[in-house]
Each structure stands twice: as structure tokens, then as C-alpha cells.
Design a protein around this ligand. Structure first.
Ligand SMILES: [Zn+2]
Length: 302
């Protein structure tokens, strides 16, 4: 027979356990509900009333100077227009490896391909596929370099008949596909001859090709004549690599960028020499420093 006080004690124990369990369940529910609210990004439903009401700052008028300063922050930054640099790479068509290296520079280069060079068509095709512009590097007779003249296939020289000039030019044009324009290879003699240059430029105009005067001599009239004939044209400002030492090329590159900076546009001509490629690849940041962008020759001719 259990004693009556042991009965009471057992009853009290059960009641305590039940109370604790009930409290535990209530506590878990509260925590659970709070958690769900928190997850939904809502306010605490338990302490909602305890929170201070939101201060209505948003309807208080801001001082004008503060407003002005905020508005100026929202305005887009005024970007200075970039100076344009057309960079022509002459004497191309002799090495596809060099063209690949030029492609790696990731610049909008203008590739001037010599007709009758061993890889003329392949170079043109690869350049085109790699987002570069293709032009014909037209061989014109030079004043003093007899050997270079004699060795150059497709050369237009002084003393040719009108018919011969046009025939040779036509053949040159078919040698290089995808061309948008033409610049001259050598040419110190021919670019000073109004008659021959007029013939050449009139033929280019027929195909809507632009002309860049390489200015291989101070007596060139080619650019002036092209403008007179309303042919989209420009002339070379800086030769990057008349000397092939890296220091010289870098100095010329900076001169080209300064020219573009002062007039908004400049035309540079370089060659696929190892030192030129090295200087260009190691100094790509210079273009941005001088606020310049390399564009195709077609984008700067007028
Ligand atoms: Zn050349």
C-alpha cells in the first residue's frame, strides 16, 4: 500500500514534467514563428509593438546644397572622346606567324599586304577573320633605290604607258582579297608625278577604296591630289620603325600618341619586325595613358 504522501509526490512530479513540457512546446513554437518571420524579412511579431515607430525623415525637405551634391553623383561621368590612332603594318604577306603575333596584340590594326608576296591571300583571309582591316600595299617606283625597284613585283614605274599603269594596277588589286583601301610601298618618284597618280587614284575611286599616302618623300602630292579628287584619304604622320632599336621605336610610338593627342587623330606606319612587335606588346597601356584608341584606317580617312 503506497503511503498517501508518496502518492502526492508522484502527482506533483507528473504535473511538473507536464508543465515543463508545455513550456518547452510554447517556447519552441515562439522560436519557430520568430524564425519564419526573420526568414521572410519581416519584423519580429513578438516585439513589434516594442519597436520605436519609424522616423519620418523621408518627408523632411533636404537642404538644396545636399540635393545638388546628390544629383551630381547621379550624373554620368563626362568621358573625354578618345583620340584616334590608325596603325598600319606594311610589307605584310611574308609570314603567317607574324600575323598571328599581331593578332595577339588585340588591336584594330590595318594590314597592308604586298601583291605577289607568298602568303598574300592567306594573310588577307586570316587578317579579315581576326577583325583586322586589309589594304593593298601598292608598290610604286622610288627615286633612288634601283635594286629595290628592280626586285619588286607589281611595281608601277615612271615611263609606263597609261594602259600599262592600269593593267599592272588591276593585277595588283586582284592579288589581295578583302581590301578596303590602298597605301603606297616606296613611291618617292611616282607619288610626285601628278599624271600617274591621277590614273591610279581614279581607279581606286571606282571601287570606293580609300588611299593613305605613306609620304615616303617630301615631294609627294598623292594625298593632296586624292583630296582634290574627293577620294577618302589620309597621310602618314609617324614611321615607328625606320630604325629598329627598341628605344627608337618606343620614342616614335610616343610621338605618334602625342600627335593624336594634339590633333585628335594620327596615322602611324610600322613593319612586322620582331623589335616592333616587342615594343608594341610591352607598351599597350600607353594607348590608354594618352587617351588613344587604335582604329582602322577606314575610320579616320576623309
Ligand atoms: Zn613597304
Amino acid at each position: 500500500m503506497p503511503r498517501p504522501d508518496s502518492h502526492t509526490s508522484s502527482f506533483k512530479k507528473t504535473r511538473l514534467i507536464l508543465s515543463i513540457s508545455f513550456l518547452f512546446i510554447v517556447l519552441c513554437s515562439v522560436i519557430g514563428l520568430e524564425y519564419i518571420h526573420w526568414k521572410r524579412g519581416n519584423k519580429s511579431f513578438l516585439f513589434y509593438r516594442l519597436e520605436t515607430p519609424p522616423i519620418q525623415e523621408d518627408i523632411v525637405a533636404l537642404d538644396q546644397p545636399i540635393l545638388d551634391s546628390l544629383t551630381s553623383l547621379e550624373e554620368p561621368t563626362r568621358v573625354q572622346p578618345k583620340n584616334k590612332v590608325a596603325l598600319l603594318v606594311d610589307d605584310m604577306g611574308y609570314s603567317l606567324k607574324t600575323l598571328r603575333e599581331l593578332t595577339a596584340l588585340n588591336l584594330s590594326l590595318t594590314i597592308a599586304i604586298l601583291p605577289y608576296s607568298p602568303w598574300a591571300k592567306e594573310t588577307a583571309q586570316m587578317a579579315q577573320q581576326n577583325n583586322m582591316e586589309v589594304i593593298l600595299h601598292l608598290p610604286l617606283e622610288s627615286l633612288n633605290d634601283f635594286n629595290a625597284n628592280a626586285a619588286t613585283e607589281g611595281l608601277i614605274h615612271s615611263g609606263m604607258s597609261e594602259k600599262d599603269v592600269l593593267e599592272v594596277l588591276e593585277a595588283n588589286l586582284t592579288q589581295v582579297p578583302f581590301i578596303q583601301g590602298v597605301n603606297n610601298h616606296m613611291g618617292s618618284k611616282i607619288t610626285a608625278e601628278r599624271e600617274t597618280m591621277s590614273l591610279i587614284l581614279a581607279r581606286l575611286k571606282k571601287d570606293n577604296l580609300y588611299f593613305i599616302d605613306s609620304v615616303t618623300s617630301g615631294s609627294s602630292i598623292a594625298f593632296k591630289l586624292a583630296r582634290e579628287m574627293s577620294i577618302a584619304s589620309a597621310y602618314r604622320h609617324v614611321f615607328l620603325d625606320s630604325e629598329t632599336e627598341e628605344e627608337y621605336i618606343l620614342k616614335q610610338l610616343i610621338q605618334l600618341l602625342r600627335q593624336a593627342q594634339s590633333t585628335g587623330m594620327a596615322v602611324g606606319i610600322c613593319h612586322p619586325y620582331a623589335s616592333t612587335l616587342k615594343v608594341l606588346s610591352e607598351n599597350l597601356e600607353l594607348f590608354a595613358e594618352y587617351n588613344c584608341e587604335v582604329v582602322f584606317a577606314s575610320q579616320i580617312v576623309k
